[in-house]
Design a protein around this ligand. Structure first.
Ligand SMILES: C[S@@+](CC[C@H](N)C(=O)[O-])C[C@H]1O[C@@H](n2cnc3c(N)ncnc32)[C@H](O)[C@@H]1O
Length: 306
């Protein structure tokens, strides 16, 4: 089963061969360079994460330790700290630069006293946690690990009995524009999705220790020894007219598409994308009135037997 490059942020998968300032090796993505995009994305998607977290909160009561594995800049980690005021939250990531942002955010949100970070390679670094987790969350990070089944088993192994593992993986490709935008061949975003599927596949194949796996997340969680699997999809629905923030995000996401997969599109679609990104063009995403953000992310959760 193919992965759905379910949102524009999956573009980061395709980053290749840039700087190596993050000091670890998990593919060629320069996560620190992506920090502003990751952070702006997570901030815009906050309503979606809030729904996901309140869904989790129905089942997970008074967790002592919450671990955010592959936290990136920690927008969701801080949301966890706010949603579960009795919990300590540890953000874990391979990029120290991103964890620095996570700590700064926790400070700004007033939750720094129960917020920590742990830098290192997933999933091995989870072995350095002092305590088992009552809730371990991994959003859009497991698919960056070569052996996803082994990664889930490692996560499950760090849960306290009765603890919950929740992974956000899959969903639907995001939409920003109507099918027909008045120029170019209709259906541009669907063709971008196809190109991204191909890139995603190559990204996974090139990961260290890459293992092919059927991306049946409930089955993978069950194989990791967990039970009570549940899946639910959360929507981000920011209709037109877009706010400045949503519009800026669409510009950033399509700019990244242009950088990463433009050569996989045909010349007509490339020209359409160029026009959409030209600030001097009244029909570009900088100005057009019909820009929106519609995205769907799926959370799969499961519980470690007591
Ligand atoms: C797509 S971002 C997701 C960030 C955040 N969880 C979110 O949903 O917005 C993936 C994150 O996983 C981290 N990551 C990817 N591969 C990793 C690895 N092998 N070890 C540790 N962290 C890794 C990256 O540094 C990045 O912050």
């Amino acid at each position: 089963m193919a992965h759905h490059p379910h949102d524009e942020h999956e573009h980061e998968h395709h980053e290749r061969g840039h700087g190596h300032g993050h000091g670890h090796d998990h593919g060629d993505i320069d996560w620190a360079e992506l920090a502003p995009l990751l952070e702006a994305q997570a901030e815009l998607f906050t309503p979606l994460y809030e729904h996901a977290l309140s869904w989790l909160a129905q089942e997970v009561t008074e967790p002592g330790l919450i671990v955010d594995a592959g936290s990136g800049p920690g927008v969701i980690s801080s949301l966890f700290a706010e949603t579960f005021p009795g919990a300590r939250v540890v953000a874990v990531d391979g990029s120290e630069a991103l964890l620095e942002r996570a700590r700064a955010r926790a400070e700004r949100q007033g939750v720094a006293d129960r917020f920590g970070t742990l830098a290192g390679e997933l999933p091995e670094v989870l072995g350095e946690l002092d305590y088992p987790a009552d809730l371990l969350w991994a959003s859009r990070s497991v698919h960056h690990l070569g052996d996803q089944g082994a990664a889930l088993a490692a996560c499950a192994g760090r849960l306290a009995p009765g603890g919950t593992l929740a992974v956000m993986e899959g969903g639907l490709p995001a939409r920003f524009l109507p099918r027909d935008i008045g120029f170019g061949r209709p259906g541009l975003q669907a063709r971008i999705d196809v190109a991204e599927e191909e890139r995603f596949d190559r990204m996974r194949a090139e990961l260290p220790g890459s293992v092919a796996a059927v991306e049946d997340w409930p089955a993978l969680l069950a194989s990791a020894g967990l039970h009570h699997t549940r899946s639910r999809t959360f929507l981000l629905d920011l209709p037109a007219p877009a706010t400045d923030r949503a519009r800026a995000y669409v510009v950033a996401a399509l700019t990244r598409t242009r950088e990463i997969i433009a050569e996989d599109l045909d010349a007509d679609d490339r020209a359409t994308l160029d026009r959409l990104l030209d600030p001097d063009d009244g029909a570009s995403v900088h100005h057009r009135p019909d820009v929106f953000v519609l995205a769907a992310h799926t959370v799969h959760s499961a519980v470690r037997p007591v």
